[in-house]
Design a binder for this molecule. Sequence first.
Ligand SMILES: Nc1ncnc2c1ncn2[C@@H]1O[C@H](COP(=O)(O)OP(=O)(O)O)[C@@H](O)[C@H]1O
Ligand SMILES: Nc1ccn([C@H]2C[C@H](O)[C@@H](COP(=O)(O)OP(=O)(O)O)O2)c(=O)n1
Ligand SMILES: [Mg+2]
Length: 238
Amino acid sequence: MWRRVTSLSPFISSSKPSIRNQASYGGKIWELFTTEILTPAKAGISSDEKTPFITFVVGGPGSGKGTQCAKIVETFGFTHISAGELLRREISCNSEHGSMILDSIREGKIVPSEVTVKLIEKEMESSKNNKFLIDGFPRTEENRIAFERVIGAEPNFVLFFHCPEEEMVKRLLSRNEGRVDDNIDTIKKRLEVFTALHLPVIKYYSEKGKLYKINAVGTVDEIFEQVRPVFAVCEATK
Ligand SMILES: Nc1ncnc2c1ncn2[C@@H]1O[C@H](COP(=O)(O)OP(=O)(O)O)[C@@H](O)[C@H]1O
Ligand SMILES: Nc1ccn([C@H]2C[C@H](O)[C@@H](COP(=O)(O)OP(=O)(O)O)O2)c(=O)n1
Ligand SMILES: [Mg+2]
């Protein structure tokens, strides 16, 4: 079980990022930074087994977050918490918020943060693990702030899967999981929400030196080879 903490050991250097990347989103240039991966000693990671180690996994719809999370879980033993899956579970069990969640997802909108954060909190509290991959969250600044307030923690680092829009659309249209939001009209709305609400979150973590930007184009294994070194540091501290 994890315990709530108000400050986490620094995993990422807060000094100037070593590699500078630029990404283009619909004509807008965002300056994004990947951060130097520190050695465990330099990073000063706590050996306290109960301190939660939190990774946020972010990126546009269809950028491959879920696919890579499965590989991270298999290789590094994290507990995968997918915000989208938790919300879909609420729909299928007809919970109190089920119909509101379904309407939001159908419209490509973001569910109110208090609902999503409560679901994440429940999952974290019921887990025996203390290493969490939180997938598809935070999608908005409101999500991010609500998590900090309710959970009382910040992520140790944030993985951002960067993928061109055309590739994301292609992947979503052939995902074939019967999702109500994988149709072209909803996809367009989700991409608009991504640009307007999700990119500010990415910029926030980039400026904090917590963002690892992954080029999400290529085979699943090629992409995982970029992801692996980020988690290898964490593994080395066990
Ligand atoms: N590197 C890749 N190349 C091609 N298709 C991919 C790749 N990674 C994932 N996919 C496929 O694209 C779709 C979206 O991937 P998924 O992991 O569900 O993305 P996200 O969780 O970001 O929406 C799935 O059908 C998945 O099998
Ligand atoms: N933090 C979140 C995560 C997902 N949602 C809603 C809105 C999203 O379009 C849907 C689906 O999310 P999910 O992460 O499963 O979607 P993708 O894996 O990016 O395709 O759920 C949300 O409202 N808030
Ligand atoms: Mg997903």
